[in-house]
Each structure stands twice: as C-alpha cells, then as structure tokens.
Design a protein around this ligand. Structure first.
Ligand SMILES: [Zn+2]
Length: 370
C-alpha cells in the first residue's frame, strides 16, 4: 500500500473522496487523511469543490493534476485499431482510427501500431503504454492460440513492445480491457460483474471486487468454447465440436442465415435485419441469444455477480439480449437474479482504451514517479 495506490484509485475514478478511500482501503479515516495530506502537499493530488452527500457534510472531491505526461493506448480488432493518447488520469485526449490487418502477422502490425502511437505521443513524456489484442493473452503478454491471427501463436507481444517502450506496459485481451473500461465509465459502484463481448466472436471477462480476474495463466473469462446442447457436431475453430462460438458469434450467425438463403455480409448487416424483424434472421438471433443465456446461467449461479454487461454488435440487438435475459431469469436461482442487472455497456467505442488507462494506473508507477 503506497502513495501510488492512492493516486491510482483517485485517477481511475474509483475513489473521489477521503471517505471512499477509507472504504476501499479499509483504513481508519485519520490514516487516510494523513496520507492524503502528504500527497496534497506534494502536489500529487488536488482537493476541491463539493461531492455528493450521503447524509451529513458534503465531501470535498479529490482529483489528480493533469500534468504533461501521456499514456499511449491501442485497441486492436481484426481489421482496424483504435489508438489514443491518454492524459495522466487515463482519459483519451487524442484518438485515431487506423486501418490494418492482424493476419499480416505480429511484427509488421506491431511496428505499424508503435509508430502510430509514438506519433500520437508527440514527444511528451510517456507514463505507460498498453495494447489490447483480439485473442487469448497469457500473463507474460504472449498470445496463445488466437483464431484468425496466423503467426501470432506463441508470440511475445510484451517483449516486442518493451524493446521500444521502457515504461509500464499493459498487454491484454480486448474483452478484459473493455471490462475495465466499463468500471471507469460506470464508477466505483460497479464492482462485481461479468462482461460479455458479443460481436463477430464471443469473448468475456470477470471483474471481482473492482479488479480483473485473470486466473492462473490469464485466460479466465473464456466462454466461447463452452459446449452448448444445441451445438451438436458443428466443427469449431478450436478443433472441438458444438462450442458456443459455432452458434452465438456474429460470424456463425452470418453463416447460418446465409445457409437459410438470406444474403448478409457482416454482423452489422445481420443486426440491421434483426431490427427490421426479418423472420429468418429473427429466429436465428433469438436461438443464438438463448444459447448464450445457457452458458451465462452457469456463470451467474457460480459467481453471483451484480451485473452482466453486454457489449459488441450483438448487444445492440434487442432480440438477442432479450433471449439471453429470458434464459437467465428462467434458469438461475431466484436469489442470484433478484437484483441482477443485465445491461448494455455504457463505455462506448473507447472502452478498451479506458481499460488500458485504468490498468496502467493500477500498476501505480506512472503518476507517483512523474
Ligand atoms: Zn471451440
């Protein structure tokens, strides 16, 4: 526990007052005040204005001075990347979208990304660098068995990036980053939840007591290769049969409705037709949503989260979400679903970037040393 930890909690929006720090750290108010006063004196924290009262005197608001340093963040998809320079509190200052193709292999892609990040940094001091990748990443920043990413399996993204940037580094799966971005967007009251990214593929992440749960090797939250009853003998990219991905991913849905004679090219096309209540698409989307619900039922019963947050193109499809929700309410134990919130993500397109900022701040190094 250190000054860096306090600064990280304030900068990431988890704590906005001395009282919240005391609650999160489990410290006596006098201990928190002593530490906060030292940081105020050192100019590493600011205290001003008035926050929301929870009865009694209104608390003064803590914040972190913006400073001139930046964090550099890149969130990679299959064919595009969203890049940003973040300020010292992890908020995007300058955002840029970049066309690229992950199937070109790790070295050309990472070189292109790192060049673009340096450009965004504009010569300012770099407090930390983070990258989100659309596939499984282990705790050492090595990609393991990503689908549709030839040449990336076993490649150490962290090692490559550390040659260019000698700063705190975040190398993480995209769903994990989006989940952490959600904690930034929603604030400290959202602490225990399951995050699902339902787009072309299906990814998920677990946040427990405000922290990312990575598991022993970093692969926690992978739900896409759970077998579902309706999966039958459909072959999956992992080599197994009947995985959730073969039914409830955007890619599988596009293939399924094409098979039923409806011409759609992308998940976005599919969602548009579902909104227009195209009968064939509606049937397929509902079916897929129910299969996702089946898998989530086990997870919700087991983890007892406060919320299931849905993101990705399919989360914008009311039929898909309603089908998943229906199964959850029907099949979960009543005490688990009584207060369960099933909601669409509010973090928007910068979710992954916000997550990178939050995780760099959690490393606690950047601001305390600046
Ligand atoms: Zn599979």
């Amino acid at each position: 526990m250190s000054a860096a930890h306090i600064i990280g909690l304030v900068a990431s929006g988890q704590a906005t007052s001395r009282a919240e720090l005391a609650r999160l750290l489990g410290w006596a108010p006098s201990t928190v005040s002593a530490h906060v006063q030292e940081l105020l004196d050192a100019g590493l924290l600011l205290e001003s204005g008035e926050g929301r009262s929870r009865g009694g005197r209104r608390p003064r608001l803590l914040s972190v001075p913006a400073g001139e340093g930046v964090m550099l963040a890149a969130d990679l998809g299959g064919h595009h990347a969203r890049l940003a320079a973040l300020d010292g509190t992890g908020r995007p200052q300058k955002v840029r979208d970049l066309e690229m193709d992950v199937s070109a292999g790790p070295e050309p892609v990472l070189d292109q990304i790192m060049d673009a990040l340096e450009e965004l940094g504009d010569g300012r001091p770099v407090l930390g660098v983070g990258i989100g990748l659309p596939g499984p990443v282990d705790l050492d920043g090595v990609m393991v068995g990503p689908s549709r990413m030839p040449g990336w399996h076993g490649y150490s993204v962290r090692e490559r990036m550390s040659r260019r940037f000698q700063t705190p580094l975040v190398v993480e799966n995209d769903a994990n980053l989006m989940a952490m971005g959600e904690t930034v967007a929603r604030g400290p009251d959202l602490r225990d939840f399951v995050f699902v990214k339902a787009g072309t593929g299906v990814g998920a992440a677990v946040v427990s007591d405000g922290r990312l749960h990575r598991g022993a090797r970093g692969f926690a939250g992978d739900i896409t290769h759970n077998r579902v009853p309706a999966g039958g003998d459909r072959p999956c990219s992992c080599g197994n049969f009947g995985c959730l991905e073969t039914i409830a991913s955007g890619a599988a849905l596009v293939a399924a409705v094409n098979g039923d004679g409806v011409d759609v090219k992308s998940t976005a096309d599919l969602v548009r037709l579902a909104r227009d209540r195209h009968p064939t698409v509606t049937t397929n989307v509902r079916f897929a949503g129910r299969q996702l619900g089946e898998v989530l039922t086990t997870i919700v019963n087991f983890l007892n989260p406060q919320a299931v947050v849905l993101s990705g193109a399919l989360a914008g499809c009311d039929l898909f979400v309603a089908a998943a929700r229906g199964v959850l309410y029907e099949r979960c134990l009543p005490p688990t679903t009584q207060d369960l919130e099933i909601a669409e993500s509010v973090a928007g397109p910068d979710a992954g970037l916000l997550g990178i900022g939050r995780l760099i701040l959690d490393q606690g190094v950047a601001l305390a040393s600046s």
